[in-house]
Design a protein around this ligand. Structure first.
Ligand SMILES: NC(=O)c1ccc[n+]([C@@H]2O[C@H](COP(=O)([O-])OP(=O)(O)OC[C@H]3O[C@@H](n4cnc5c(N)ncnc54)[C@H](O)[C@@H]3O)[C@@H](O)[C@H]2O)c1
Length: 306
């Protein structure tokens, strides 16, 4: 956190709800927000994964509570709202992160599956906003971060449709809440190494004419050799919440930009300039590429800078 210039307790007294916090980016968002002092509610369908995240947060000294939630069920999200308030008080940070992401051509996609993807990814975000926005407006403070993805790929029609819908929802909601103290932002984290992406990548790679190995080596930002580690996407989200909340409202921001703004990543032009002419590197400069060491759980190792 200190590499991001953030104090450990910058989110003390705040309560966050992270949907889909049982693995991947969601788990790392929980760890990063708790690391900054927020009490974190892990709203996750899988009891095993949700409890595992709760344990990981507790091990790092943070406060977290797993509440088993099905994002597609209004009843389940209503229970989430009541239990979250009871445990930690009214949440003022909401991260809509949970997804279903099947890879299937439209001609093979069952209508029920299409409906379920939209229900979890898009309707679920509407349900959590309905559950938590009134308290945020009453307090005159809050931030809603909707995780999005804007790169269309074959086989991802339901997923991308839900995510484009979430971008529109973000824009419209931002206009609706106006300047009443609640911020709404869409975050496209980047190409991030998660169990979900690993699963989808195996099916997507041949469709894109790549081997799975080539697919997982795709690097969107030159500071990374391949995919962004999920821990960095967690840091980007936490930095957005803690430091940049006042700067975005109704916009789509990407994780690389957030990490560049935090001074954690060098902008592509600098990375490339140094690759061409390493003598331009000041002696104390960090290496141009970044792949922080992580523990098997995905937690950064002490001293890894993450
Ligand atoms: N990984 C990437 O490269 C990437 C790229 C762009 C955007 N994103 C966005 O980041 C977010 C996280 O992606 P990820 O790759 O970590 O996903 P993932 O598939 O690894 O994890 C998704 C989590 O959501 C949970 N979930 C699924 N259905 C649920 C339900 N009905 N109720 C509650 N929880 C449910 C899963 O159990 C899982 O823990 C998503 O919103 C995704 O669109 C990811």
């Amino acid at each position: 956190m200190r590499r991001l210039g953030l104090k450990d307790n910058v989110l003390a007294g705040r309560t966050a709800v992270v949907t889909g916090g049982g693995q991947g980016i969601g788990r790392e968002i929980c760890l990063a927000l708790a690391g900054l002092g927020a009490a974190v509610v892990i709203a996750e369908l899988s009891a095993e994964d949700g409890l595992a995240t709760e344990t990981l947060v507790a091990r790092t000294g943070g406060r977290a509570l797993f509440i088993q939630t099905d994002m597609s069920s209004e009843e389940s999200v209503t229970v989430l709202g009541a239990k979250a308030r009871e445990a930690f008080g009214a949440p003022d940070i909401l991260v809509n992160n949970a997804i279903l992401c099947p890879v299937k051509p439209v001609t093979e996609m069952e209508t029920e599956l299409w409906d379920r993807v939209l229900a979890v990814n898009l309707r679920g975000a509407f349900l959590t906003v309905k559950a938590f926005l009134p308290d945020m407006l009453a307090a005159g403070r809050g931030i809603i971060v909707n995780l999005v993805s804007t790169d269309a790929m074959p086989g991802l029609s339901a997923y991308i449709a839900s995510k484009e819908g979430l971008v529109g929802f973000t824009r419209s909601l931002a206009l609706e809440v106006g300047d009443r103290g609640v911020r709404v932002v869409a975050l496209g984290p980047g190409m991030v190494d998660t169990p979900g992406l690993r699963r989808a990548g195996v099916v997507l790679a041949p469709v894109l004419g790549l081997t799975a190995e080539e697919f997982f080596k795709v690097s969107i930002h030159p500071a990374y050799e391949g995919l962004m580690p999920a821990a960095d996407a967690g840091l980007a989200t936490a930095y957005l919440v803690a430091e940049l909340a006042d700067e975005y409202h109704g916009e789509v921001v990407d994780g690389y930009t957030v990490l560049e703004r935090a001074g954690y990543l060098k902008p592509p032009v600098e990375v490339l300039a140094e690759a061409v002419n390493p003598s331009r590197l000041p002696p104390e400069a960090a290496p141009a590429t970044r792949r922080p060491a992580t523990t098997p759980s995905g937690l950064p190792e002490a001293g890894s800078g993450a």
